[in-house]
Design a protein around this ligand. Structure first.
Ligand SMILES: [Zn+2]
Length: 87
């Protein structure tokens, strides 16, 4: 009987929604490994969102500089900021 690295013999690689991979892992370690991977995906996604937000803020600053003195464009930029960040 196969044994997982954690000491468990509960290796059911075709049960409990398992896809047949990681046959050396018990059911708990199998799902723990996948939960860890999706946490990493979420961290990467949040980093990408932060970077996107930073770039948008830079774009607004550039727009402000490029349109300095134009009241209509300043109002549009302010409204755009509200729409993007306050929803
Ligand atoms: Zn295990």
């Amino acid at each position: 009987m196969k044994k997982c690295e954690c000491g468990s013999y509960a290796i059911n690689d075709h049960l409990h929604g398992r896809d047949g991979t990681d046959q050396d892992l018990c059911d708990v370690c199998y799902w723990r490994k996948r939960a860890g991977k999706s946490s990493l995906d979420i961290v990467e996604l949040l980093d990408a969102l932060k970077e996107t937000k930073h770039r948008l803020e830079k774009l607004h600053e550039m727009f402000d500089l490029a349109t300095a003195g134009d009241k209509t464009l300043a109002i549009i930029n302010t409204q755009l900021r509200k729409h993007l960040y306050e929803n």
